[in-house]
Design a protein around this ligand. Structure first.
Ligand SMILES: C[S@@+](CC[C@H](N)C(=O)[O-])C[C@H]1O[C@@H](n2cnc3c(N)ncnc32)[C@H](O)[C@@H]1O
Length: 296
């Protein structure tokens, strides 16, 4: 009899949390450990302990696709963590709050900091958090919160003592699943309840998500809503400079992506060509951008 943990059947954007785990597992398998840009051992351990992940796979069998997707997702996670580390280092008693955590193993990579007192909250829909609890344990500094981002019950789960500290919110791979009105409301809520907080999130161009859009909807009923080509669009949501765009990390321009020897040579060449010759196309140039905003 198999000892594997049966998959909860997920629909909607929750299904994409399983999809987001697979490239990190592939990365850990394809790249020798001494060359990892991040440690995805926990992602691999979780993925290999579940039965029924095949139904959530979106990566084909070709080595070309497997390598490109694996390196792309690893670099995205690294882009986030470079920014998270930079801002964590700037404040005395920061608090880290991650929206749409899915099964992400970020909390594992921050375990030393958490054990040393960094409060870290992971938030997702109730069915996803229930499944996540199979693999992750809470501690005095690490908590998982079951809440739709848009109904704001999660606000009650953050103690006032933490609300008053410098909060750094993170949302990786989440904004496409939110409607513009939901993201606008989230900005306003963060500005109101956590004035001066930082929000680190990635945005995608419509061009980038075009191919996946139909298959994701057909397979899981998950829909893309929010696309972005210019951070100033989000700055304009606020009044009187309420939302400040601090910086961004364009993943297409990162050295550890463009020069990764683990990317197929043809793909690497194509990406270099895009980065050099397609600067006029926001759809290509701004495919995946991690942005940092200060709100309120
Ligand atoms: C592509 S997955 C990314 C998961 C994780 N951040 C990662 O990088 O592995 C998107 C996640 O966002 C969550 N999500 C989307 N909309 C949400 C909402 N309104 N409230 C809570 N979670 C949401 C989904 O359940 C899913 O876990």
């Amino acid at each position: 009899m198999s000892n594997l943990i049966p998959m909860t059947e997920f629909r909607g954007s929750q299904a994409t949390a399983i999809m987001a785990l697979e490239p990190k597992v592939l990365y850990a398998e394809l790249v020798p450990q001494e060359e990892w840009i991040l440690n995805f051992s926990k992602a691999r351990e979780i993925y290999n302990s579940i039965s029924g992940t095949e139904g959530y796979s979106f990566i084909g069998n070709s080595s070309f696709q497997r390598r490109s997707v694996a390196v792309g997702f690893a670099v995205r996670a690294k882009g986030f963590e470079d920014l998270i580390d930079k801002y964590l280092g700037m404040y005395e008693d920061p608090v880290l709050i991650q929206f749409g955590c899915g099964l992400s193993d970020r909390s594992e990579r921050y375990r030393d900091k958490i054990d040393n007192g960094l409060p870290f909250y992971d938030i997702d829909f109730p069915d996803m958090i229930e499944f996540r609890r199979t693999f992750y344990q809470e501690s005095s500094s690490y908590k998982m919160i079951a809440s739709d981002l848009s109904n704001y019950t999660w606000l009650d789960d953050i103690p006032n003592e933490h609300k008053q500290r410098q909060c750094i919110f993170v949302a990786e791979g989440v904004t496409p699943y939110l409607k513009e009105s939901q993201l606008k409301e989230l900005f306003a809520t963060l500005a109101e309840h956590f004035p001066g907080c930082l929000f680190i999130f990635d945005t995608y161009s419509e061009f980038k998500l075009k191919d996946a859009k139909r298959s994701l909807k057909k397979k899981f009923g998950a829909e893309f809503h929010f696309y972005n080509n210019d951070p100033q669009d989000m700055v304009a949501w606020g009044k009187d400079g309420e939302y400040k765009f601090l910086e961004e990390d364009n993943l297409l321009l990162r050295d550890d992506f463009l020069h990764s020897k683990h990317l197929p040579a043809l793909y690497r060449g194509l990406m270099k060509m895009f980065a050099r010759w397609f600067t006029w196309s926001k759809g290509i140039m701004r495919s995946t951008v991690v942005q940092v905003f200060q709100l309120g």
